[in-house]
Design a protein around this ligand. Structure first.
Ligand code: EPZ
Length: 417
């Protein structure tokens, strides 16, 4: 089991290009099973989650090839419509294969998806929506046997919560359904727009992505095209946090500033300054951060739940008290106990966490238990006095491409053993 060893208190300085978005790449790779012929996906991050999705596409009968950040998928028709438990458990993002394979084959057999243990993460909204589109879904022993005996038929679907995955699942299932599908209370994340852009390029007719109402006119078939994945706004937020806790100054290249519109003000409240030039965002951190006062996670365009953990690490060494309210997942403060081993003063209970900033953290042996919690421990290690040893690096590798190399290029003292 690999570990990260960080010797803290090195200022981060320099430029870094932000990787492609994991949560955009996963549904777009899944969408390729509906698109006949060749799809070429640029800026696709090399992560354990994306490689798991590519392994699943190969299992289903696609041919895939990767050359650096470019992934080529050749889909001449799927050879099967079932996804085994072992592959489904590798990532939560696999859940959208339900809608994709159902659209491609008229049937799909998948087991419940994996993903970070940050809550129960049911898929009831997905199932209810697909049933409304005409799917017959039988749930047995953690697996779903889905069929569309009369094909999928467009309809109006009102989501009880703007679920990202459910919105994506419905888009994938509906783009070749007969008739019009209207999704109300749809998720508005940038990754939804990126998926819609790819599908429309492939011949789909999707309007309103990024808004709360998405209208999809079913078409008969989709053909693979090329597409470049948007930059990862959560990796960008994590890098800002790493610079913030080290009093650093870094320039993020290739970012889309509007995707960070709810994150930047939080760091400005903490005393960071930002300068945008084209698609390059320079962040300069103060010697000591001020507290962020209140951070409340919300569906996009609100503050992203995925940035909560790395920002909470920064709040741990800010001057003053910061209150976090985690409104999206019910078990997303597991990093708090590990940060406390490094001297952080955090009281987490239910959806609330109260962080009293301390003068500094000290290095310790800590364990990551989920992707963004791992990122929080890295940020804490970068500013801690002495050495921090982080186990559970596999979680970090789900979403951060070559992160220790990225941080080393910015002046961090970090090695993977
Ligand atoms: C996606 O997860 C992301 N994952 C998550 O990123 C992200 O935190 C989340 O959206 C919210 O932005 C991927 O895109 C692969 P949801 P998803 O459906 O689709 C509840 C990361 O760190 N819910 O919007 O699973 C659910 O339990 C990961 O990169 C139901 O109750 O999120 C949660 O409380 C973590 N029933 C809330 O809705 C359902 O059928 C939001 O979930 C579906 C969801």
């Amino acid at each position: 089991m690999s570990k990260l060893i960080i010797s803290g208190r090195k200022r981060l300085l320099g430029d870094v290009t932000v990787q492609g978005a994991k949560n955009s790449a996963l549904p777009i790779l899944a969408a390729a099973v509906i698109c006949g012929g060749e799809s070429v996906i640029y800026n696709c991050p090399r992560l354990s989650d994306t490689e798991a999705m590519l392994q699943t596409l190969r299992y289903l009968g696609c041919k895939t090839r990767r050359s650096s950040g470019t992934v080529l998928i050749q889909n001449d028709g799927l050879s099967r419509s079932d996804v085994p438990d072992t592959l489904m458990r590798k990532t939560r993002g696999s859940v959208v294969l339900l809608g994709a394979v159902l659209a491609a084959e008229g049937k799909a057999k998948i087991c419940l998806p994996g993903g970070c243990d940050i809550g129960i993460r049911p898929i009831d909204i997905h199932i209810k929506a697909l049933r409304k589109l005409g799917a017959v879904i039988k749930e047995r022993r953690g697996c779903l046997d889905c069929r569309a005996p009369h094909g999928l038929k467009g309809c109006e679907i009102a989501l009880p919560f703007p679920s990202v995955g459910a919105t994506e699942d419905i888009m994938l299932a509906a783009c070749t359904a007969s008739g019009e599908t209207v999704i109300t209370n749809a998720a508005r994340e940038p990754e939804i727009c990126d998926l819609a852009d790819f599908l429309n390029r492939c011949g789909a007719k999707i309007q309103g992505a990024g808004e709360s109402t998405i209208v999809i006119d079913g078409v008969s078939r989709l053909s693979g095209r090329d597409h470049a994945i948007i930059p990862d706004r959560i990796v960008a937020a994590t890098l800002i946090s790493c610079a913030a806790v080290t009093g650093g100054e870094i320039t993020l290249k290739g970012v889309i500033r509007s995707h960070l519109s709810s994150v930047i003000p939080v760091f400005e409240d903490a005393g960071c300054t930002f300068a945008l030039s084209g698609n390059e965002l320079k962040v300069t951190a103060p010697e000591r951060l001020r507290s962020m006062k209140l951070v409340r996670t919300m569906p996009y365009p609100g503050f992203p739940t995925d940035a909560q953990a790395p920002v909470l690490a920064a709040a741990s060494v800010a001057d003053g008290t910061t209150v976090f309210i985690e409104n999206i997942f019910e078990n997303r403060y597991r990093h708090a106990a590990e940060l406390a081993r490094m001297g952080a003063d955090i009281r987490a209970e239910g959806k609330f966490a109260i962080v009293e900033g301390v003068p500094g953290l000290y290095g310790a042996a800590v364990e990551a238990t989920d992707l963004r919690g791992a990122a929080a421990l890295v940020a804490a290690g970068l500013c801690a006095e002495g050495k921090t040893e982080i186990s559970g690096v596999k979680y970090l590798e789900r979403g951060y491409e070559d992160f220790e190399q990225v941080l080393t290029s910015l002046g961090a003292d970090i090695v993977k053993l």
